[in-house]
Design a binder for this molecule. Structure first.
Ligand SMILES: [Ca+2]
Ligand SMILES: [Ca+2]
Length: 133
């Protein structure tokens, strides 16, 4: 079940990235690209990110959670996101292969803070909690 859900997340994320790229390229002739804001947390090269997207009028409409395993060290990574006061954890489904685990939420979501962790020997190594304002 988790596998299917994360697979869908990756496909959706790729579509969003493609759309964002074309939006930037056509900015001079089309509507202004929607502003985004991304906050990162790092554990070594492994990275988690929270991207907030806004409508052109400034309304907040989508949050994307990304978990990126960027080290071929055999250790799985996961990130904890405290969103709307509830903690959620997500991983990178294909581990260190290209692409990140992506989850998107449309609507009124607020990420308070997050951290990325590496499932290494002993206690997992985690980044500091990163605030998202
Ligand atoms: Ca790692
Ligand atoms: Ca990956």
């Amino acid at each position: 079940m988790i596998g299917i859900a994360t697979k869908v997340g990756i496909v959706a994320g790729a579509a969003i990235l493609a759309a964002g790229g074309s939006g930037v390229a056509s900015a001079s002739v089309a509507a202004k690209p929607r502003p985004t804001k991304t906050v990162y947390a790092h554990q070594g090269k492994d990275r988690a990110a929270v991207t907030k997207r806004f409508t052109s009028s400034g309304s907040y409409y989508q949050v994307e959670l990304a978990v990126c395993d960027r080290e071929k060290d055999g250790n799985k990574v996961y990130a904890r996101f405290v969103m709307n006061d509830r903690e959620r954890a997500y991983g990178d489904p294909n581990n260190s292969k290209k692409g990140c685990g992506l989850q998107t939420f449309n609507g009124d979501y607020t990420v308070e803070q997050f951290q990325i962790c590496e499932d290494d020997a002993g206690d997992d190594t985690c980044s500091k909690w990163q605030d998202v304002d």
